[in-house]
Ligand binder design. Structure first.
Ligand SMILES: [Zn+2]
Length: 105
């Protein structure tokens, strides 16, 4: 027989699969470089770069993201959204479980 997993185990199982996780947003920007006489910058093309925006202690911050790491970070942000959805559902779920356990006479 297939017993349903207890809520805590189910939660841990789902969280494990959602790592890496992050909260923030990625943006592609075009920046001039520091090289002198760069043909791309001279044309006004500039150079693509990826930025991670996130908030830390209420402040908006950004960090450069190396190109080989962009896909991993995209996945992490998607996972972070899934975890947020899980958290939104956790409150009502906990209440329902409590009500099932504590039956009034
Ligand atoms: Zn340049």
């Amino acid at each position: 027989m297939n017993h349903p997993l207890p809520a805590k185990q189910k939660w841990q199982h789902q969280l494990k699969r959602l790592w890496p996780a992050a909260k923030g947003s990625l943006a592609k920007v075009y920046k001039p470089c520091i090289r002198k006489n760069c043909p791309a910058c001279a044309r006004g093309d500039n150079h693509p770069a990826w930025l991670l925006s996130f908030s830390s202690k209420g402040r908006r911050k950004t960090m450069y993201v190396p190109l080989p790491f962009v896909l991993t970070l995209k996945k992490a942000i998607l996972n972070g959204r899934k975890i947020e959805q899980m958290l939104h559902q956790a409150g009502p779920q906990l209440l329902q479980n409590y009500r099932k356990r504590v039956k009034r006479p």
